[in-house]
Design a protein around this ligand. Structure first.
Ligand code: C5P
Length: 223
C-alpha cells in the first residue's frame, strides 16, 4: 500500500500551497486534483460541449487527453497551466465537478497517482472519497474574507486582472455549489484533522501539518 496524505478544503484555504510543500519535504508525489476538474471545464468549453449535459461531459472526461508534468499541465497537447487558473475556470470546474458520472470517470485516474514512495493529494474529496484509507487526512479552512484575499493575492501575482469584491462573490458561489452538491460534497472526512488557518502564516500551518505527518507516518520525514 502506497501511503497517501489527503488535504482537502475550500478555495483559498491554503491546501495547494501546503500540499506542495509537504510533498517536497517528504520527496513524495503531488496531485492537484482541482487542476483535473479545471482542465475538464476548459475542455468542455473548447469542444463546444453543453456543461449541463452529464452524459456528454462524462464521455469527454473518459477520453480527456491530459498530462501533468511537474507544474505544467497539458490538454490536447497544449500547455494550459495558466489558462486553468482564472476564477472563471474555477467556476466552470465546479459545475462539471457536480456531475456524479464525471466524478466516477475521474476516480481511477486519481487513484493511479498513488505511486511509491507516497502521494500528497489536495482537493475537496481526497480524504472522503478518493483515498478514504489514507493514513492522514487533513481539512484546511479559513474565513471567507481571508480566503478571498489570498486568492486575490495569488491571481494578482500571476498577473491576472481581478477585483476583490467580484472574486469574493465568485468564491462564495463556488463554495456553496461544492458544499451543497449530492456527489462528494466538500466536507471534512471522518477522522480528519481540521485546521482553521485564519490569521496563520504558511510557516505556522506547515509546522502544524508536519507535526501531524510525523505522528501519523513515523519515519516518513527526512531527519
Ligand atoms: O481546488 P480548485 O479551486 O483548483 O478546484 C476547482 C474546482 O474543482 C472546485 O471548486 C471543485 O468544484 C472541483 N474539485 C472537486 N473535487 C476535487 C478538487 C476540485 O470537485 N477533488
Amino acid at each position: 500500500m502506497v501511503p497517501v496524505i489527503a488535504i482537502d478544503g475550500p478555495s483559498g484555504s491554503g491546501k495547494g500551497t501546503i500540499a506542495k510543500l509537504v510533498a517536497q519535504r517528504l520527496g513524495w508525489h503531488y496531485l492537484d486534483s482541482g487542476a483535473l476538474y479545471r482542465a475538464l471545464g476548459l475542455a468542455v468549453d473548447r469542444h463546444g460541449i453543453d456543461p449541463a449535459d452529464p452524459a456528454a461531459v462524462a464521455d469527454l472526461a473518459r477520453r480527456l487527453d491530459l498530462r501533468f508534468d511537474g507544474e505544467r499541465i497539458w490538454l490536447d497537447g497544449e500547455d494550459v497551466s495558466a489558462a486553468i487558473r482564472s476564477e472563471a475556470a474555477g467556476n466552470q470546474a465546479s459545475r462539471v465537478a457536480a456531475i456524479p458520472e464525471v466524478r466516477a470517470a475521474l476516480l481511477q485516474w486519481q487513484r493511479d497517482y498513488a505511486r511509491p514512495p507516497g502521494l500528497v493529494a489536495d482537493g475537496r474529496d481526497m480524504g472522503s472519497v478518493v483515498f478514504p484509507r489514507a493514513p492522514l487526512r487533513i481539512f484546511l479552512d479559513a474565513s471567507p474574507e481571508e480566503r478571498a484575499q489570498r486568492r486575490y493575492n495569488q491571481l494578482k501575482e500571476k498577473g491576472m486582472d481581478v477585483s476583490l469584491p467580484a472574486l469574493a462573490e465568485e468564491i462564495r458561489e463556488r463554495d456553496a455549489r461544492d458544499r451543497g452538491r449530492a456527489a462528494a460534497p466538500l466536507v471534512a472526512a471522518p477522522g480528519a484533522f481540521v485546521l482553521d488557518s485564519t490569521g496563520l502564516s504558511i510557516d505556522q500551518v506547515l509546522a502544524r501539518v508536519l507535526a501531524w505527518v510525523g505522528a501519523a507516518l513515523p519515519g516518513s520525514l527526512p531527519q
